[in-house]
Design a binder for this molecule. Structure first.
Ligand code: C5P
Ligand code: C5P
Ligand code: ZN
Length: 455
């Protein structure tokens, strides 16, 4: 069996039903997954509702089962809860890329076919396979790529690889996508160029990040001119000007030492959605995915879904408003971590944000702060208070994964040991644990990671 034939089996099963409930995850990959499934169901004439959850646990599963759906399609989640799904006797299809626990008859997951769900295909990519098996849905490749970029699957190799690459090429053939090498800094479509530098947190630009004057000074010094009063956006610059900025940034990073600034993160492949208007947040896959995170991670998944389904009116406008708050929260979160610092243990380092960082974005902050955390030998663990317990997020790096780190397995085991639940990927994972269990959780996690990583 292949991912494709497994998708065909699941698609045939879906088509036996007349109405479904799509349950998905509250991030960019979850939203794009739900949108791909929604479009495919709509085109196949199957009725559907959509619901978003922070994580799939026993409580949310029971609520889903209580609503007596004819069929549930789980997208971008579910693979960690296969036994529970089976025991509730739900008619279900699971279209996910997280590390599986247990088995299920209609379970579409890359790990079952030796494909890596952290780097080669995302939840939206898996769901794109399912949608393609349901009908002519290859135009949805652009949403699948936004989901993959939202899950940072292009980071390891500076470009999308594996199954993601095949989806990308299909999108190019369909005329919905383009890819090219370009500066990776955020905001190329929408922000004046000095803002790109000022707000660059990954990589952290020594002497420039966080400082408007220094950003403007840097550009002036290398001869980039304003147009009248206004700074142009990256997309408005001439190719030689872009080249000049890239060279100067690389020089800056090299001068400040490899640890302070990761040159490899400056330039890489970027993905453009050709059906979207130039200069908007949805034209570039990375900006698009951040726009989506700004909705779903703040209880507004409906707005993000509206954007994915094509609403460029009200949903888009509301999403752009939410984006401003999201960006501010990320900057505030990073500042907090920088000021507080991280606590080191033998095999991990952690910070506890208490109620200062929202549980739904603490994972993003944990990922971004690796750009200024000096110790790259230890994975970063983050805690945030939440209703009735503590949210845990963890982020590693590929050097550690090569040495054996598997955060999904480690976090899962440590969470279970203290009566919580967790899982995810080798490079990034999360959990929910009871209040007061933090110390014990850390002790177990430290031991498990110690057993995984060859020093
Ligand atoms: O829930 P889901 O699988 O969609 O999320 C994957 C997570 O893994 C994302 O939050 C993403 O930021 C994280 N990730 C990471 N670094 C990578 C790859 C993924 O932090 N290189
Ligand atoms: O929430 P966070 O971004 O830290 O999640 C990192 C990864 O761990 C995501 O892929 C997420 O879906 C997964 N996760 C999980 N179970 C949890 C929490 C997070 O599988 N309870
Ligand atoms: Zn995902």
């Amino acid at each position: 069996m292949t991912l494709q034939s497994s998708a065909e089996q699941c698609a045939a099963y879906i088509k036996k039903h007349t109405s479904t409930l799509v349950v998905s995850h509250i991030d960019a990959d979850g939203l794009t997954s739900a949108a791909i499934m929604g479009k495919a169901l709509g085109r196949a004439g199957i009725e559907y509702d959509t619901r978003f959850v922070k994580q799939l646990d026993q409580k949310s599963l029971t609520m889903i089962a209580d609503s007596n759906p004819e069929l549930v399609i789980f997208t971008d989640l579910g693979s960690g809860m296969l036994e529970a799904i089976s025991s509730l006797k739900l008619n279900a299809v699971i279209s996910d890329h997280h590390q599986p626990k247990g088995t299920h008859k209609y379970h579409l997951n890359p790990h079952l076919f030796g494909i890596n769900g952290a780097t080669e295909i995302s939840g939206s990519g898996v769901t794109y396979f399912l949608a393609s098996a349901m009908g002519n849905n290859e135009d949805l490749a652009n949403l699948a790529i936004v989901g993959a970029v939202g899950d940072l699957q292009h980071v390891k190799n500076g470009q999308l690889v594996g199954t993601n690459r095949s989806i990308l090429e299909e999108g190019v053939r369909k005329g919905v996508l383009r890819y090219e090498k370009d500066l990776l800094l955020f905001g190329k479509q929408t922000r004046p160029v000095f803002k790109l530098l000022q707000y660059s947190s990954d990589p952290y630009l020594p002497g420039i990040t966080g400082c408007e004057d220094a950003s403007i000074e840097f550009l002036k010094r290398i001869g980039i001119r304003q147009h009248g009063e206004k700074w142009r956006r990256w997309i408005d610059l001439e190719p030689p000007e872009k080249q000049q900025i890239v060279s100067a940034l690389i020089q800056l990073c090299l001068n400040s030492g490899a640890h302070a600034c990761n040159v490899q993160r400056l330039v890489g492949e970027v993905y453009t959605l050709l059906s979207e208007r130039e200069g908007t947040e949805v034209r570039d896959a990375s900006e698009y995915s951040t726009l989506l995170n700004a909705t779903a991670r703040y209880d507004h998944a409906d707005i993000g879904l509206g954007v994915c389904m094509g609403d460029r009116g009200r949903s888009f406008e509301e999403a752009c408003n939410l984006l401003n708050d999201h960006r501010k929260n990320l900057v505030d979160g990073l500042t907090l971590v920088k000021e507080k610092g991280l606590v080191k243990m033998e095999n991990l380092q952690y910070f506890d944000s208490g109620n200062k960082i929202r549980e739904t974005i603490v994972g993003i902050v944990a990922g971004m702060c690796s750009s200024f955390v000096n110790n790259k030998e230890l994975p970063i663990i983050a805690f945030a208070d939440t209703d009735g317990g503590v949210k845990v997020s963890s982020r590693g790096n590929y050097d550690l994964v090569r040495k054996g780190l598997n955060l999904g397995a480690a976090i899962g085991e440590a969470a279970k040991a203290v009566g919580g639940t967790g899982g995810g990927h080798d490079i990034a994972a999360g959990a929910f644990i009871p209040a007061g269990a933090k110390e014990e959780f850390l002790r177990v996690l430290n031991r498990v990671i110690g057993g995984q990583v060859r020093r």
